[in-house]
Unconditional design. Structure first.
Length: 158
């Protein structure tokens, strides 16, 4: 299973769409907020690909700020991150502790605009950075129950 991860697109859906069109075999799109309306636009552009998303600190109400879901036999905690001190904790202790308490295998977040990808043993934590400002996105692949993640540079596509 291949999942594309975006965050902090801030109304730049064209950048997200170009990435999706250039990555073969995308099974899911995740958007970690700012702007959740961009994720809704991706749903319209790619109706055949499921899209999971949350609101961020720049989004208006009506969209959940957190989501727990299953994909490829793994469990995910999706949040923008602003409620989990991601700009203030370099080890992301609050986020990782909460993810662990939910018994999730992966924490996906944004907010900082800085890409981050690390394995905490039982939890993969990934922040794709900002597709608008840093031109980065994330890829998660799940194969035989194993989660692999990477940060990618979209500047060659966009």
């Amino acid at each position: 299973m291949r999942i594309l991860v975006f965050s902090d697109s801030h109304k730049d859906t064209s950048a997200c769409a170009k990435v999706v069109r250039n990555i073969v075999g995308t099974d899911m799109i995740i958007h970690a907020g700012d702007h959740a309306s961009d994720a809704k636009e991706l749903e319209k552009l790619f109706p055949e690909i499921p899209v999971r998303f949350v609101s961020g600190n720049c989004d208006l109400g009506g969209i959940p700020s957190e989501l727990v879901f299953e994909a490829g036999g793994r469990s995910f905690f999706l949040t923008h991150g602003h409620n989990y001190r991601v700009k203030y904790e370099s080890d992301y202790y609050t986020l990782i502790s909460h993810t662990r308490s939910l018994k999730c295998n992966c924490a996906i977040f944004g907010h900082t605009h800085v890409p981050y990808n690390r394995n905490f043993g039982d939890i993969v934590a990934i922040n794709p950075g900002s597709i608008k400002y840093g031109r980065t996105y994330g890829v998660i692949e799940i194969e035989n129950g194993f989660v692999k993640s990477a940060i990618c540079d979209a500047s060659y596509i966009i």
